[in-house]
Each structure stands twice: as structure tokens, then as C-alpha cells.
Design a protein around this ligand. Sequence first.
Ligand SMILES: Nc1ncnc2c1ncn2[C@@H]1O[C@H](COP(=O)(O)OP(=O)(O)OP(=O)(O)O)[C@@H](O)[C@H]1O
Length: 254
Amino acid sequence: MKKIVELSNVIKEYGKSSNSFRALKEVSFDINEGEFVGIMGPSGSGKTTLLNIMSTIDKPTYGKVLLDGKDLNEFKGENLAGFRRDNIGFVFQSFNLLDNMTVRDNIALPLTLNNVRHEIILQKIDTFTKLLGISDQMDKYPVELSGGQKQRVAICRALITDPKVIFADEPTGALDSKYSSDVLECFKNVNSRLGITIIMVTHDSNAASYCDRVMFLKDGKMHGRLDSNGNKQEMFTKVLDMLAILGGSDNELL
Ligand SMILES: Nc1ncnc2c1ncn2[C@@H]1O[C@H](COP(=O)(O)OP(=O)(O)OP(=O)(O)O)[C@@H](O)[C@H]1O
């Protein structure tokens, strides 16, 4: 199995040395290509810090991160931006769609900015919007969509550049349970049909139950992992049990 993300001894310190705070403490793990991985843990445990470091948004203070075999420490400025554009898709809790653009133009944006040919953009939009069940929403504006539809548009926009990995930070955090499940089914589809690796930070045990593997952080350190056998209900129960051991119920972690 090919490794798509490799972290070794990653430490992240915020602030100046005399008054610094260590948010990640020697974190090491690998993620295989095609995995759907969840990251959970109490508030302040370092989940977003970890996601930002894996996704090139931030750099570790010490340690090494490889993405598709490339050492992220070696990319700077324009090269880093190019590497991010070519390899990584992002999905955020707040959707981050542009309100004055149609759904079609929102999805096309990463390719329009790259001067990709119009016919190619339309072809890709057609493929991905069909996969995500939003092909009839193309002429609408974000304000005319439900939260679940907005997040599906955001997933399409993340897919349009053919990323190797999609990083999602609390993608269901702003959705009620019905729309959350729709969005998670979409992620599952994208993962299983297109083979794209998905790495998702979540507080939601139901969201975590869709993952192949869930890794738990506490106080900046890895505190175990759970692997799914494909049974969502069993995974959900195992996740709840693990959260209880970590010192908080599902609700307390919100
Ligand atoms: N830019 C920063 N400067 C200083 N400290 C920071 C910064 N960003 C995060 N931290 C601290 O690092 C720790 C980890 O933060 P992080 O946002 O990664 O946690 P989290 O697990 O994602 O939390 P939550 O679930 O509440 O979003 C927290 O104690 C936080 O206060």
C-alpha cells in the first residue's frame, strides 16, 4: 500500500521560545493512499494544528512531513502554492463559497484561475456534480441552497483539480443530522469511487463512524486509533467508548 502522508516526530510550538506553547508533541503516523481517516479529540487537543501542518497551511517547528513522498519542508513560496494547488483539496465547516457567483462558477473557480480550457472545465463539472447529486443546482447562487447542498458544492470545488488528498475541517459542524449524513455519504462515494484520500477533523461520532480509521489526539499527543471493519454502527460504538476513555463524552467534546 502506498503511503500518501508520513509524519515523523512532528512538534508544533506557538509563541516565542521563553513563552512557547507546545500544541503537538512528537506526533508520528502514516496514512495510506485511498484511506478515509478521521481525527478526533477534545477541544484544544491539536486537531486543527495537525490538519494545517499535513495540508501545507502551517509548518512544524520540528519534525518531518511527507505528502506523496515529497518533503513539505523543502517547498517555499510559489512552489508551495503550486504543490498545494496540484495535490490538495480543502473543505471547511463554513463552506467558503463566493455568494456573488453561481454554483457552476464557484466549482469552476480553481480551474478558471489556472486558465484551464472551458470545455474541460464543463466536462469535469458535469462528472463531479453528477457524482454528488447537485447537477440540477448549477445556475443557483449559494444563498438559494441548503447547508448540505452548499457543502456538496464545496466538495465538488475541492475535487475539480483532481487532488490526491482532501482535508476537511469539521465539514458537518454547521449541518443538522440529515444534511450531515448526506455530506458524509458524498465523502464516502468520493473516497470509494475515485480513490481519493480523505482526512477529516470531526467532533461528531456519527461522522467518525464513516471512516476507515479514526485517530485520537489528547494534549497534543496521539492517544490510540480505531480501525473500522466496515460496520458503521460498530464503529460508532467503538468511537463513543474511546471518547469516554479519553475523558469526555461526545457532548463534552463539542
Ligand atoms: N496561532 C496560535 N497561537 C497560539 N496558540 C495556538 C494557536 N493556534 C492554536 N493554538 C493553541 O494550540 C492548541 C491546539 O489548538 P487546535 O486549534 O489545534 O485544537 P483543536 O483540537 O483543533 O481544538 P478545537 O476542537 O477547539 O477546534 C490550543 O491550546 C490552542 O489554544
